[in-house]
Design a protein around this ligand. Structure first.
Ligand code: ADP
Ligand code: GN1
Ligand code: MG
Length: 356
């Protein structure tokens, strides 16, 4: 999309400002994000085009986010806000039917791709834990599911089976090892599925995409500022949020490191993130939730790996990719991390329990 058009859209949220630049920003896999600068002040803005191939009902995404942010504002949490157009709508629909929205840019903040300090793992996880705490008095019935069955591992496997059948021989051969790995791990979903179906795991409003670069830390002090990327906020399990933090915080290399032998689960980072998350949720999580946290980590590492692998076999229709094997590389790293978790499961469980 040409830059002039992006500026025109930005100006609908900022009618009296002179926009001097709109630059592509951030490293998300889904939306198109732009950093907007204006002439009048140093204040900056984040303009995003919601990916409509992925979010089929962007109006539901907008509804959920408005509900959540209004709720936070009532609790005096004003870090993040959305902007409205002159007709009081928190979005713009362009000539292609694409939804755009604008947030304030959070100054002096940083988001990481890899944890470099244990303190950052503690702070980032604490921010996600705080978000969970702030959501406790929201009613799950007020929220839509912007992506139905988003974390349904059984349905993800059914999709994988179908895609595998139709996939190109070359890609199937390249991914031979990874295909065998996921076929071996199907059972990981059983316990969480049973406990969800029997009502033993409570459904709460959860973030569902708690990857490390979806939380902003203070660039100087490292303290958590707030959680961002709210598109998948919806009813879910805390296990999903805990699990995706383990997936994205604990490896010493980025999600798309080309040498998967460098991937392993750093126990001290795992410990710091568990401590940070649980510090906000004392007396909140049920015994079953606490007991299942480690299974949540297995479940999330597997499901995201499976989604990367499925996307590879489907010729990269979902995640943004920069080269041919990008999704396969990502999948391989998830499976290396999961294999390491499985080797150390008992010790990791003990670490979590030490924080109850
Ligand atoms: P995606 O859904 O594509 O992952 P995100 O909403 O996560 O998009 O935004 C992409 C990146 O832009 C984030 O990882 C973060 O670095 C940056 N970002 C997003 N919103 C803000 C904000 N309000 N203030 C500062 N940085 C932001
Ligand atoms: C996507 O939007 P982003 O980059 O924060 C994806 C997550 C995956 C993640 C893998 C809506 O997250 O589910 O876990 O990539 N978001 C969506 O890095 O599919
Ligand atoms: Mg993101």
């Amino acid at each position: 999309m040409d830059n002039k058009r992006v500026i025109e859209i930005a100006s609908l949220f900022l009618p009296n400002k002179y926009i001097i630049s709109a630059k592509s920003y951030g490293g998300g896999h889904i939306n198109d994000t732009f950093l907007i600068e204006i002439a009048e002040s140093d204040k900056k803005f984040i303009l995003q085009k919601i990916n409509k191939n992925i979010f089929k009902t962007p109006e539901h995404v907008v509804h959920n986010i408005e509900l959540y942010l209004n709720h936070l504002h009532q609790k005096n949490e004003f870090q993040l806000k959305t902007f409205k157009t002159s007709d009081e709508k928190p979005y713009v629909i362009d000539e292609n039917g694409d939804f755009w929205r604008m947030y304030n840019y959070i100054e002096n903040s940083i988001s990481y791709f890899v944890i470099e300090k244990e303190e950052h793992a503690f702070q980032a996880a604490k921010a996600f834990g705080k978000m969970q705490r702030l959501c406790l008095d929201l009613n799950t019935n007020d929220f839509f599911d912007p992506i139905p069955d988003f974390h349904d591992l059984n349905k993800r496997y059914l999709k994988f089976d179908k895609v595998l059948e139709l996939s190109k021989k070359e890609r199937r051969q390249n991914a031979e090892k990874e295909i065998l790995f996921v076929q071996d791990q199907r059972k990981i979903s059983d316990l969480i599925t049973d406990l969800t179906n029997s009502g033993e795991l409570p459904i709460r409003i959860t973030h569902n995409d708690t990857k490390l670069n979806n939380v902003l830390l203070n660039a100087e002090t490292g303290e958590g500022i707030c959680v961002i990327d709210l598109d998948t906020l919806m009813p879910g399990l805390v296990l999903y949020d805990f699990g995706d933090m383990v997936r994205t915080f604990t490896s010493p290399v980025p999600e798309d490191e080309k040498d998967s032998s460098k991937v392993f689960l750093r126990k001290e980072v795992f410990s710091a993130l568990s401590r940070g998350y649980l510090s906000e949720l004392t007396n909140v999580l049920t015994k079953t939730e606490k007991d299942q946290l480690i299974n949540g980590a297995k479940y999330m590492i597997l499901i995201i790996g499976l989604r990367f692998l499925t996307d590879y076999l489907e010729n990269d229709v979902y995640f943004k990719t920069a080269y041919d094997d990008h999704n396969l590389v990502r999948a391989r790293n998830q499976f290396a991390l999961l294999a390491d978790l499985l080797k150390n499961e008992k010790e990791l469980k003990n670490i979590i329990e030490s924080y109850f």
